[in-house]
Ligand binder design. Structure first.
Ligand code: GUN
Ligand code: ZN
Length: 378
């Protein structure tokens, strides 16, 4: 892996990461395909067409349904999905905490019940690394605990210390797996995850601890879980400077276009979020003038595309009125077109962000983009 900062504009970074599955230009928005599919009937051919650089899937979901062993036997997730560009897999930690029922956290890992059929599962750092190794993703995420937003400082401190011990176990296991002859991707990368809730000191101390562990990249996790936007920006202000400058920084699960614009300005280069696809499935579409709800009656005879000048497959061919009709008729095509437009909007915004940083006009770009979208919160 080679990661190179091309230029900076203030704290905003324009970088390039080279992987065995090709180059990633950052800042980048990774398109979320939890189960190895983007919800809304979006294919990997579609992803190529709308400019997706990295696809993101989830360890937990692929483990409980279909199974990572079968996917390894097939030749790995890349071959399974027919996607030859980078894939990042989340470790399962966060999904276990947000989805699975009845869990028990121990030093060795987490005991929980499958959200599909309730059967008992154990996942710890080694299990998560083995599953991600079977999938053969480009980037594996460390197995972490994302403490609940209401947790006490004391709980957070103990949780973060355990996450650090888990990270060391992840690294050891990943190195072992990458040295085995029948591993799908023997150059699998490992990103560590910073935690610490909104407690400044814990965040900074944890960031300094994990930067010593020489990982391929660093994520900031445990944000956008109920704290205010200002608190999130403040945590980024104090945490990102404690992470290495010459490694990629990934803000997990974030966020709105405004959140991304602010986080880029604080040195973040990787993002992912379900908003564009989830909003698309509900007929909420992003434009440079804010979000539209296509269910609104005012669009029933609107012959314009979702956004004038947009190059996405929805805007190239269809009117707001027709897409509104599809949504109201519950036709799959309605959700699909809205999802494609929203992902294209995010991918295009990232391209604009990269260009603005390169041309050292990020502050002006950000201000203009935010002013245009005023009123669109999520
Ligand atoms: N996705 C969003 N937040 C998190 C987090 O804190 N940890 C993990 N593993 N995934 C996330
Ligand atoms: Zn469009």
């Amino acid at each position: 892996m080679k990661y190179q900062v091309i230029t900076k504009d203030g704290r905003a970074k324009r970088a390039r990461m080279e992987t065995v599955h090709g180059t990633v230009e950052t800042p980048v928005f990774m398109n979320v395909g939890t189960v190895g599919a983007i919800k809304g009937a979006v294919s990997t051919d579609d992803l190529r067409e709308i400019g997706t650089q990295v696809e993101l899937s989830n360890t937990y979901h692929l483990h409980v349904r279909t199974g990572d062993k079968l996917i390894k036997e097939f030749g790995g997730l890349h071959r399974f999905m027919n996607w030859d560009r980078p894939i990042l897999t989340d470790s399962g930690g966060f999904q276990v905490f947000s989805l699975a029922g009845l869990r028990k956290i121990k030093e060795e890992g987490v005991y929980f019940n499958s959200h599909i059929d309730g059967h008992k599962i154990f996942m710890g750092p080694e299990e998560s690394m083995r599953i991600q190794s079977n999938l053969g993703s480009t980037i594996a995420m460390a197995f972490d605990e994302c403490p609940p937003s209401h947790a006490s400082d004391d709980y957070i401190r103990h949780s973060v210390e355990r996450t650090t011990r888990w990270l060391a176990r992840c690294k050891t296991e990943m190195e072992r797996l990458n040295s085995l002859p029948d591993t799908v991707n023997r150059e699998q990368l490992l990103f560590g995850i910073n935690q610490g809730g909104v407690v400044e000191e814990i965040r900074m101390e944890h960031a300094r601890t994990i930067r010593e562990m020489d990982l391929d990249g660093y994520a900031v996790g445990g944000l956008a879980v109920g704290e205010s936007h200002e608190e999130m920006y403040h945590i980024l202000d104090v945490t990102v400077p404690c992470l290495p400058e010459d490694k990629p920084v990934y803000l997990m699960g974030v966020g709105t276009p405004a959140n991304i614009l602010e986080a880029v300005d604080r040195g973040v280069d990787f993002f992912d979020c379900v908003y564009p696809s989830r909003n698309g499935r509900h007929g909420h579409v992003y434009t440079n003038q804010g979000k539209l709800n296509l269910f609104n009656q005012k669009y029933e005879l609107d012959s314009r595309p979702i956004e004038e000048g947009c190059g996405c497959p929805a805007c190239r061919s269809y009117s707001r009125a027709y897409i509104r009709h599809l949504l109201k008729a519950k036709e799959m095509l309605g959700m699909r077109l809205c999802t494609l437009h929203n992902l294209y909007f995010y991918n295009t915004m990232m391209k604009e962000i990269r260009d603005a940083i390169e041309e050292h006009r990020y502050a002006e770009y950000k201000a203009a983009k935010l002013a245009g979208m005023e009123g669109s919160s999520r």
